[in-house]
Design a protein around this ligand. Structure first.
Ligand code: A3P
Length: 293
């Protein structure tokens, strides 16, 4: 299609010290000056940490089926991507999606988040996922996503990850930056992908208290059911059918959704080398990740 021709593989460059592509910096003035509203809810992640999963959970908690049925089946429309959706930046969001609160997704490292969100004291949910599964997920995503740089060989991909050369920069800086911020800014709920896999009901309850929501048991069960991997894979199929940014024949967006798939990708030597690097880089931090559950 004509649209398809618009997508091309970008170069990466450093933007305020963070590896980026033009797709996320083209409208930086608009992003930087974005006007937050006090009830905005931000979902922030390093790519592949479970952004879409969290988006669907939060959308379901606030709106149930309403927005999916009446506004858009696609979670990418219901929860716009701050640094990517030009329509959203310029306020051209479809009227039916301007339900309050606005749910907004971002992959920005904490220091690049527009000032207005802090000034308005917005609630933010940060989802973190262990680095090994992130790498595997991101590798397959970079293969299938036309607006991401080609991942190259797996062996070198680990180096790129460790040296902050993947888009949105260093995972280490990202997770630690948001973690540190959550100590001084109390309206960040820091959630782990592994905990969501282990006990989604517990994590959803935690989210509800953070968001000031009190769904009854039936509603909670519904949210759990609708946001399970298989269920979402089915519902996303529709939403993604006319998404020409992704080539799902290369690798599906809803790939595996598990903890520990890294074991199928890392050789023993790669794993040992990575563990060593990880220990060094995380030495000062009290942030702990589960590599398996
Ligand atoms: P995998 O590639 O490991 O399967 P993001 O939305 O941040 O891009 O993250 C995508 C990752 O989250 C993918 O991981 C995807 O399968 C997983 N995911 C999406 N929805 C999920 C769900 N409902 N349950 C578990 N994992 C989910």
């Amino acid at each position: 299609t004509a649209l398809e021709l618009n997508w091309y593989e970008p170069m990466t460059f450093k933007f305020e010290g963070v590896t980026m592509t033009h797709y996320f910096t083209d409208n930086w003035e608009k992003v930087k000056n974005f006007k937050a509203k006090p009830d905005d809810v931000v979902i922030a992640t390093y790519p592949k940490a479970g952004t879409t999963w969290m988006s669907e959970i939060v959308d379901q908690l606030f709106f149930g089926e309403i927005r999916r049925e009446s506004s858009s089946p696609s979670i990418f429309d219901r929860v716009p991507f701050l640094e990517f959706c030009e329509d959203f930046q310029t306020g051209n969001t479809e009227q039916s999606l301007l339900t309050s609160p606005r749910l907004i997704k971002t992959h920005l490292p904490v220091q690049l988040v527009p000032q207005s969100f802090w000034e308005q004291n917005c609630r933010m949910i940060y989802v973190a996922r262990n680095p090994k599964d992130i790498m595997v997920s991101y590798y397959h995503f970079d293969r299938m996503n036309k607006i991401q740089p080609d991942p190259g060989a797996w062996e070198e991909y680990i180096d790129k990850f460790n040296t902050g050369q993947l888009v949105f920069g260093s995972w280490y800086d990202h997770v630690q930056g948001w973690w540190e911020k959550s100590r001084s800014y109390s309206r960040i709920c820091y959630v782990f992908f592994e905990d969501m896999r282990e006990d989604p009901a517990r994590e959803i309850s935690r989210l509800c208290s953070f968001l000031g929501l009190s769904p009854n048991e039936t509603q909670k069960k519904e949210v759990l059911r609708k946001t399970g991997f298989e269920e979402m894979k089915k519902s996303m199929a529709d939403a993604l059918s006319n998404n020409d940014e992704f080539d799902e024949s290369v690798s599906p967006f809803m790939r595996k959704g598990i903890v520990g798939d890294w074991k199928n990708h890392f050789t023993v030597a790669q794993n040992e080398a990575f563990n060593e690097e990880y220990r060094k880089k995380m030495k000062e931090s009290d942030l702990k990740f589960k590599m398996e559950i």
